[in-house]
Design a protein around this ligand. Structure first.
Ligand code: GAL
Length: 448
């Protein structure tokens, strides 16, 4: 992949698009989950959200105005193939063609995620990620997308954070599709791990000129105390949260040695899977927001460990109760650099209570958060970590999954009643940074 450093912003289809049931779109698991009472904060859903579907031209123009030259967004599978398999939806394809073409017209590089959590609901009715058939469903979808858009989209990501969508969606039941239990989690996880590799191969077979990666959530995991029990808890959580999906992809298989429970994945492994789990990605996307302190606990079955929340530790934290700890991203870049692939920070950002005065949004905490994290990324780069990009989560305030609209992560404020956009202080700062310091800071790191 190219050497240059890419600065950008990240988004996801379900969180911004709205237009949930028009122009031929099929329902996704998130449409169904969020419209089921009791599942999200205040029963909120993203039926409309920022209505990017109707405002894409304005929003892409806004990005150009902010000097943002790389835009990461995801494709909604059920907008393209409403039933998950079978007939395609020409209006859905037309929408993404317009988004891609308008980006390119304005000099913005599209970076496309193929799956950011919104599985077609009809596939969930057949078992969703727990059904091994998903490898075929997903491969056909990937091939179609690469054929449709691969002439213009050069950067692809196969999955967004498999640990989160399988853990929250199939083990804890707090995300769509809301299933609970170890068995559904392990099945979903193994199939997602196979799909990230098969999806990579399928995409490459269609477009050998594409740059292909996939993304992982990661947090710096540290023991709460120096006790042996807490250290053991931290090793287990690191294996589960940071290593479980990336290691099989790079040919190291699941980290069962450090978290024995993962042995039970065996129940879903078929002959030949070990080799199929590995794939040759061009880059690894890492998505870091925080550090977690973990302690041994008899209250959490299976893991026997629990995270001590930032608010309980009296440390600086965001609205999500995530500690603000910029060295975490530096550590994670070093940790993931051991896999020998170029890295891209495909998400980093923060939710705070924004102060709005005279039509201006004074989000100084977000600006500081971003600056401190970018400094840590550049520090890792200077130390020799092969990091080639940084994407802010996110462009627009949007639907934050089970948390609804309360946590705002955007560089741009959205009034969800009027759909009015206002660039926040942090957005102006990022725009200025991209115009000047972004480049010079990097030149510094190149000559160091
Ligand atoms: C990531 C996810 C995004 C966004 C972000 C902030 O885990 O990929 O969709 O919600 O967290 O919570």
């Amino acid at each position: 992949m190219e050497d240059k450093f890419s600065w950008g912003v990240s988004t996801a289809a379900y969180q911004i698009e709205g237009a949930h049931n028009i122009h031929g779109k099929g329902a996704s698991i998130w449409d169904v989950f969020a419209n089921t009472p009791g599942k999200t904060h205040g029963n909120q859903h993203a039926n409309v959200s920022c209505d990017f579907y109707h405002h894409y031209a304005q929003d892409i123009a806004l990005m150009a105005q902010m000097n943002i030259s790389n835009f990461r967004f995801s494709l909604s599978w059920s907008r393209i193939i409403p039933g998950g398999t079978g007939a395609v939806n020409p209006d859905g394809i037309d929408f993404y063609n317009k988004v891609i073409d308008f980006c390119l017209d304005l000099g913005i590089e599209p970076w496309v995620t193929l799956y950011h959590w919104d599985l077609p609901y009809s596939l969930e009715l057949k078992g969703g990620w727990t059904n091994r058939e998903i490898i075929n469903w997903f491969t056909v979808y990937v091939q179609l997308c690469l054929k449709l858009f691969g002439d213009r989209v050069k950067h692809w990501m196969i999955l967004n954070e498999p640990m989160v969508f399988t853990g929250a969606g199939y083990f804890m039941g707090i995300h769509a599709p809301g299933r609970k239990g170890l068995t559904s989690f392990l099945a979903a996880a193994h199939h997602a791990a196979l799909c990230q590799a098969e999806g990579t191969r399928a995409a490459r077979a269609i477009r050998s000129d594409a740059t292909i990666g996939t993304t992982f959530s990661c947090s710096l995991i540290e023991p709460y105390t120096s006790s042996d029990n807490d250290q053991y808890a931290a090793t287990k959580l690191d294996a589960l949260a940071n290593r479980m999906f990336v290691e099989p992809l790079v040919g190291k298989s699941y980290p069962v040695k450090d978290f024995k429970l993962l042995n039970r994945l065996e129940n879903f492994v078929k002959d030949g899977d070990e080799a199929k789990l590995a794939a040759n990605v061009d880059f690894i996307g890492i998505q870091n927001y925080t550090r977690e302190k973990v302690t041994h606990s008899y209250m959490v079955p299976l893991l026997w460990a629990k995270v001590v929340k930032a608010s309980k530790r009296s440390v600086d934290h965001t609205l999500m109760d995530w500690e603000v700890y910029p060295p975490a991203i530096h550590s994670m870049l070093h940790q993931f650099s051991s896999y020998g692939k170029p890295l891209i920070v495909t998400e980093n950002g923060a939710a705070f209570n924004d102060i709005i005065l005279n039509n201006a949004v004074h989000d100084h905490q977000r600006q500081q958060y971003l600056q401190m994290h970018i400094e840590q990324v550049l520090k890792a780069k200077q130390e020799g970590v092969d990091v080639r990009g940084y994407f802010v989560w996110t462009l627009l305030d949007n639907f934050e999954w089970a948390e609804g609209y309360r946590p705002r992560f955007g560089l741009v404020h959205v009034d969800f009643k009027t759909q009015k956009r206002v660039i926040k202080y942090s957005g102006h700062w990022y725009a200025n940074f991209l115009q000047s310091h972004g480049e010079s800071a990097l030149q510094l790191s190149r000559t160091a």
